[in-house]
Design a protein around this ligand. Structure first.
Ligand code: PBG
Length: 332
């Protein structure tokens, strides 16, 4: 970069002197349009259940989800993402419950679309909340089968679309699933249903609290390294994104968030497409616990989200979405 002028003619602190001038020169700004709220749903009635590993986050039974969706809707959050906590007896090797039109996710989609038609609804396409081994695909002889899994995933995506889901989000990391899902959606007259591909999803230890939240933690015997990405790699993320875009992804997700800002930035620079970041459960819990212990000022939340904007993300999935939206409404 060409340096224009030098000290003492140039004093960068002049533009930083007061709040109003800092606001004038701010390069990135956060609005409610940048936020996606994850919602955990659970079986039973009249339940708003604490999640031990994620202080301040709850699982809602279907009859109670309007409580949180209405809040999101009033704050004008554009999109919510549904994640189910299924009881063990609903789980099997093939994740059959994922194709039940009365499963938790289907019920949640129908209910949200009925009472809050103006908020976007997204659902994960993956088998891990439904399998008794906790993997995102079909497990046979210690291998996660790729093409067989894709078949089920495309049926799962169609079912979600039939329920009124706006965005299906394959988070499983099988090869070729975006193309197959796009083809199946189109064949079934869902050509306007969007696909958000978790294109670069790393095999990460930051997912720990989420697996507790959806109840797959104790199920998972091994790790997901044979399908999720290796955190030593970054060029490979560009290949993943290139393939998913070619196969028909409307936008891509990078996940986790804060430790992977470099990936967000290079995907944005290399592909001029909407890139979303996922500030995952482990990031949430670390920040939340540190705030609770008074180690951090609570504006560390805004600082963390702003880093995604700097890196080039169009929107961020964050468990802090409601807090941030409320703060934005009052004025940052
Ligand atoms: C599973 C899925 C995971 C998350 C979202 N979808 C976890 C995993 O791959 O094991 C993680 C989200 C979070 O940690 O907040 N398909």
């Amino acid at each position: 970069m060409r340096i224009l002028g030098k000290y003492p003619n140039i004093r960068l602190r002049r533009n930083r002197k007061y709040d109003w001038t800092r606001r004038l020169v701010s390069e990135n700004n956060l609005t409610v349009n940048d936020l996606i709220l994850p919602i955990f749903v659970t079986e039973g009635k009249n339940k708003i259940e604490k999640i031990k590993s994620m202080p301040g986050i709850y699982r809602y039974s279907i009859d109670k989800i309007n409580y949180i969706v209405n809040k999101a809707s009033r704050l004008k959050i554009p999109l919510v993402a549904i994640f189910p906590n299924n009881s063990d007896k609903k789980k099997d090797t093939l994740g059959s419950e994922s194709l039940n039109e009365d499963n938790l996710v289907c019920k949640a989609i129908r209910k949200i679309k009925k009472y809050n038609p103006n908020i976007g609804v997204m659902a994960d396409v993956a088998l891990d909340p439904y399998t008794d081994h906790g993997h995102d695909g079909i497990l046979r002889n210690k291998e996660i089968l790729n093409d067989e899994t894709n078949q089920i995933l495309s049926e799962q995506a169609i079912l979600q679309a039939q329920m009124g889901c706006d965005i299906v989000a394959p988070s499983d990391m099988m090869d070729g699933r975006v193309g197959l899902i796009r083809k199946s959606l189109d064949k079934n007259n869902f050509k306007n249903v969007q696909i958000l591909s978790y294109a670069a999803k790393y095999s990460s230890y930051f997912y720990g609290p989420f697996r507790d939240a959806v109840g797959s933690k104790n199920k998972l015997k091994s790790d997901k390294k044979s399908y999720q990405m290796d955190y030593r790699n970054s060029d490979e993320a560009l290949r993943e994104v290139a393939l998913d875009v070619k196969e028909g992804a409307d936008f891509v997700m990078i996940k986790p968030g804060l430790p992977y800002l470099d990936i967000i930035k290079s995907v944005k620079e290399n592909f001029k497409i909407p890139v979303f970041a996922y500030q995952v459960s482990g990031e949430y819990s670390m920040i939340k616990n540190a705030i609770k212990k008074n180690m951090f000022h609570k504006d560390v939340i805004i600082e963390s989200i702003m880093s995604f904007k700097r890196a080039g993300a169009s929107a961020v999935v964050t468990y802090f979405a409601l807090d941030i939206a409320a703060k934005i409404k009052k004025g940052l």
